[in-house]
Design a protein around this ligand. Structure first.
Ligand code: NAI
Ligand code: MG
Length: 376
């Protein structure tokens, strides 16, 4: 057997450790069952607990340590403190979410991919039967845009205060993101069992999201770049929606979308909406990738956050984290067919399990583990 691949597990805060417990146990079971060349390492950081002990969310060389892994699975970060504290998000979110943005930025994981597919048995919030056909991939810019942390507060705390939050959009990041969206759209069309039909019989579509009517500078940069790159992919249909209209259409007719490319903030918001279309926050996975650099480990995580309202109550659905783990295993599969089989098994197991009601974090984990043990 060749070399062992290493996976870093970062449980994080809130419900993160609860859902990671389930993922860790099932990963171990898959490793045994398929004799996978994989080893998992659990890290107590980044987390608020680590911060309380060490005064920082993770060690100085945290990112360097993680860079040596072949894949990273994160539970959730964010510890907004006591529920009755009106300042809780202000006080602790800036500390807690720092490392998540640092990981994405320092590892240059510039593309965030969030697939939204409704799996049979999952809660269906839209009455229209076509909502079962939802199969979209939102590709969110993950390195700059509205989350660039530029700006400041002038005369803070006075009646004359001025707050600025600068948005940064570069040609380089825009171009690589849009190009990646077209690549993915072509790939999805190739891999799809039943072809889809867009304008002029095209089998794939990329929809660009902007708010170019009100934010013309980056809106025009995105629009012009999109048009230039679209010309290189004549087999892919193109479309544009303003982000507010896209919100309406995600609810009215989400089945019409294929690949969607959006800025950091727009993608963040649209993917919480997309999560509900595929059954809720407990079922939506995501990947943070550097598609241009095979040596950078990708970071997989559920779309949801640390859910302080249900933390410690055994109410967190672990299946978004498990679907994220299946995506992680999938990225390691090309050179390791056994890992591909394990990823497929995990995905099928979750799909099958969705026909059962959610009965608790631990119970769902145990049920999945028993099903895996019983599978021939
Ligand atoms: P959230 O996603 O944590 O929770 C939103 C709602 O969804 C809550 O009602 C929660 O109970 C429910 N929910 C979330 N995950 C669930 C699961 N697995 N099963 C069942 N229900 C689930 O978003 P919220 O409350 O706005 O933020 C909480 C904290 O998480 C904040 O500190 C926020 O900054 C942070 N956050 C972190 C993210 C990350 O680590 N990637 C992403 C989003 C938020
Ligand atoms: Mg979000």
């Amino acid at each position: 057997m060749g070399q062992t691949l290493n996976i870093a597990l970062l449980p994080g805060d809130g419900i993160g450790p609860e859902v990671m417990d389930v993922a860790d146990a099932l990963l171990e079971q898959l490793i045994q069952r398929y004799q996978l060349p994989l080893a998992a390492t659990l890290f107590p950081w980044p987390s608020h607990a680590w911060y309380q002990q060490h005064g920082q969310m993770m060690p100085e060389d945290g990112v360097a340590q993680l860079r040596r892994f072949d894949g990273i699975l994160l539970g959730a970060l964010g510890d907004p403190g006591p529920l009755d504290d009106p300042e809780r998000f202000v006080l602790s979110d800036s500390i807690s979410l720092g490392p998540l943005l640092a990981l994405r930025k320092q590892l240059d994981l510039w593309a965030c991919e969030r697939p939204a597919r409704w799996l049979a048995g999952a809660p269906q919030y839209l009455a229209d039967p076509r909502a079962k056909d939802v199969d979209m991939l939102v590709i969110r810019e993950n390195s700059e845009g509205e989350y660039s942390n530029q700006g400041g507060r002038l005369r803070a705390g006075t009646a004359d205060e001025i707050a600025t939050q600068v948005e940064v959009f570069t040609a380089t990041a825009t171009e690589r993101l849009i190009r990646h969206a077209f690549e993915r759209a072509e790939e999805r069309a190739r891999l799809r069992d039943t072809p889809r039909q867009f304008k002029d019989g095209k089998a794939a579509q990329v929809c660009l999201i902007t708010k170019r009517n009100a934010q013309p500078f980056w809106g025009d940069l995105y629009t012009e770049t999109f048009a230039r790159i679209a010309a290189l992919y004549p087999e892919v249909d193109t479309h544009h929606e303003l982000v507010d209209a896209a919100c309406m259409k995600f609810v009215q007719s989400p089945w019409q979308f294929d690949v969607i490319v959006a800025s950091n903030l727009h993608g963040d918001i649209l993917t919480d909406l997309a999560a509900v279309l595929c059954g809720g926050p407990g079922l939506a996975p995501s990947a943070n990738l550097n598609p241009a650099d095979a040596d950078t480990p990708a970071l997989f995580e559920p779309v949801h956050g640390s859910a302080p309202d249900i933390a410690g109550k055994n109410l967190a659905d672990p299946r978004a984290t498990l679907l994220s783990l299946a995506m992680l295993l999938d990225t390691l599969a090309p050179n390791h067919p056994a890992i591909g089989n394990a990823a497929q098994h995990l995905h099928d197991l979750i799909a099958e399990d969705l026909r059962q009601p959610f009965t608790g974090t631990r119970e769902t984990g145990q049920r999945l583990s028993q099903r895996m043990a019983a599978a021939v």
